[in-house]
Design a protein around this ligand. Structure first.
Ligand SMILES: Nc1ncnc2c1ncn2[C@@H]1O[C@H](COP(=O)(O)OP(=O)(O)OP(=O)(O)O)[C@@H](O)[C@H]1O
Ligand SMILES: [Mg+2]
Length: 178
C-alpha cells in the first residue's frame, strides 16, 4: 500500500524489469497474466520516461506558474513563456528533459513516475532534482515513484523496492506492519 506524500524508489541492475514494471503500472503495457491491484487510474499519472518528447504547453492560464518553474529549473535565461507558448525548444537534451519536467509539474497530478529522469542531468541539477524537486512533490502530497541508479540519493526514499529478474527481491515496506 502506498500513501500520498511517499517517495517510492525502485532499484536494480540493468534489465531487471524496472521500466517494464513502470509501463505496466501506467497502462502502457497490458499484462498477459496476473492482475494489477491499483485503485488509481492511468490519468492520475504523470510519467516521464527516459526518452520522453517535449510537450507543448496547452494552456496560457499557467504562464505565471510556468515562469516560476523556468526559474526553478534554471531555464529562465534560455526560455521564455508567453500565452502558453515557449520562445524556443532548441535546447540540449538535458535542458529538454527539464522542460518536459515543467509540463508535468504544471499538470499537477497525484502520482508521479520518473524512470531514470536524472540520468542526463549535470551533477548540479541532479542534486536539485533529488533534494528539492522531489521533496517539493512530497510536500504537496504526491505519490512519487522513482526508478534510479543514483545510489547517493537512495537514502531520501521512504520505501525501497529492489527487483531481480522481474521479481521483487526486497521491499522494505514488508518490514513494517500495514
Ligand atoms: N519490448 C520488449 N520486448 C521483449 N523484451 C523486452 C522488451 N523491453 C525489454 N525487454 C526485456 O525485459 C527485460 C527487462 O527490461 P527493462 O527495460 O524493464 O529493464 P530495466 O530494469 O528498466 O533496465 P535498465 O536499468 O537498463 O533501464 C530485459 O531483459 C529486456 O531484454
Ligand atoms: Mg529501464
Amino acid at each position: 500500500m502506498n500513501h500520498s506524500g511517499q517517495l517510492v524508489l525502485i532499484v536494480s541492475g540493468n534489465g531487471s524489469g524496472k521500466s517494464t514494471l513502470a509501463k505496466i503500472i501506467t497502462g502502457l503495457y497490458i499484462p498477459e497474466s496476473g492482475n494489477i491491484r491499483l485503485e488509481w487510474y492511468r490519468q492520475h499519472f504523470s510519467v516521464i520516461f527516459l526518452f520522453d518528447h517535449f510537450l507543448e504547453l496547452e494552456t496560457n492560464s499557467l504562464d505565471l506558474q510556468a515562469k516560476e518553474y523556468l526559474e526553478k529549473f534554471h531555464l529562465n535565461t534560455k526560455v521564455q513563456v508567453k500565452n502558453g507558448s515557449l520562445s524556443t525548444t532548441a535546447l540540449s537534451q538535458g535542458q529538454r528533459k527539464r522542460l518536459a519536467l515543467l509540463t508535468v509539474f504544471l499538470e499537477d497530478r497525484p502520482i508521479y513516475l520518473f524512470d531514470e529522469w536524472a540520468s542526463d542531468q549535470d551533477p548540479f541539477f541532479r542534486e536539485i532534482f533529488y533534494k528539492q524537486l522531489l521533496l517539493n512533490l512530497k510536500q504537496r502530497g504526491k505519490t512519487i515513484i522513482v526508478i534510479s541508479h543514483d545510489d547517493r540519493y537512495f537514502h531520501l526514499a521512504d520505501r525501497v523496492i529492489k527487483l531481480d529478474y522481474g521479481k521483487v527481491e526486497y521491499d522494505n515496506a514488508a518490514n513494517y506492519s500495514q
